[in-house]
Design a protein around this ligand. Sequence first.
Ligand code: AHR
Length: 515
Amino acid sequence: MKNIITTILAAVALPLIASAQLKVNVSIDTTPDEQNMIPKEIYGQFAEHLGSCIYGGLWVGPDSDIPNTDGYRTDVLEALKELKVPVMRWPGGCFADEYHWRDGIGPRESRPRMVNSNWGGTVEDNSFGTHEFLNLCEILGCEPYISGNVGSGTVEELAKWVEYMTAADGPMAKLRAENGRKEPWKVKYLGVGNESWGCGGNMVPEYYSHLYNRYQTYCRDFSGNRLYKVASGASDYDYNWTEVLMKYIGKRMHGVSLHYYTVKGWDGSKGSATVFNEEEYYNTLGKAVGVEPVIVKHISIMDQYDPDNSIDLLLDEWGTWFDVEPGTNPGHLYQQNTMRDAMVAALSFNIFHKYTRRLKMANIAQIANVLQSMVLTRGDKMVLTPTYHTFRMYNVHQDAMYLPSVCDSPKFKDSHDRECPYVDVTASKNAEGKINITLTNTSLDQKADVSIEIPSLGKAELSGEILTSKNVQDHNEFDRPDTVRPVEFDDFKIKDGKIIVKMPPMSIISLSAAL
Ligand code: AHR
């Protein structure tokens, strides 16, 4: 009975809270005592051999009728360049622990085929391998992040992969040159396994730690390349995993990963990506901001074992996870992307920016056609998702100085009692001294009058952009690619030394101020 009453109260609570127009004051500290940069790697991507992320999404091959540049889809390449992708993780995910890199080198026509047993049993032809991935990173100007196979591979296999990619001389360098690449690539990030507590080998943390120590010993720095080694970290609330790794691996890792998905639950339906009600909308946001206490707790454990802050935390998988689109392969995790996803991305970035003392990277899952993706493709068509637009609007914060802010927005409580602000803000100052402020109004039906106090605002030159839509379920389809897209925004003014902004419901606004 109690549960029924709680559910009814929760269901009616949302519209009651959401009746008046929001009035919100924000103050931004432009000269913080402690200066933190927002590492560009917070805006990282993840590309797994899963569904049509790689094949069809990034890669169609040079002989395809779909316009391509040396096999990479030209439309996707152009879209990704706009995002300033800083780092890309590959080849998985769960796929990584079944991937044998030697199958993906040499003439494409003679590469063996393989069954992608993690993801729908799809047969792949290995035409996208090490060369294709590392060359893509060069085209995009991003750091590669290789996820090594610990679950079903060997120490020798991983050690030789590192040598193949990065050594200037020796047998692996010779083989690489025979396959068309004389110069070694620079590869910074090396993941030693993925989700080793699950699809990566079902290990306990003590066993994984010892295995990590062994594997990493033989992953060498060749020819001036410096590896940054990442241990396969915890899922969500598994604080013991982080603690054991800190204890047994410690400084043998440069970073430890963490995975956190905005998902309703792992059993049963995860809900539709496009058909959802108000309660489900706020619950999704409630779950998304639930990443904050999780980050805080993992960091506090790391602080105990590493008080000088030398080991990083990398959230190398995050994002929304809904049911697949009707009629698509359940193993391919193809989901649409609405304004709700844009809100999740914005709120997540606002949180990530606060913890960059330790949190040095985040990789959204995934770059194309999988989960909360940047682009969706079908044949020769491509759409940019609301999440893509959010990433593009936020990329002004990459490598900029974080400016702490205070925002007195009212909060909503979702039906699991999780709190989330209606209006949220994040700000940074770039190398040219420009201040970039990104505001989010999560309310479905309330406008917000936001007053922003910035010291020495004077007669700053302001420009703005807004991402919003009529309905929160709006998304971009192949025949309607521009339903959700950012446009110029000018509903702001400077009054009494403050910026006064009128935010529509459900909007993300970026303001740029040249002081
Ligand atoms: O991103 C999809 C999958 O989610 C990844 O392969 C795995 O690491 C996680 O469970």
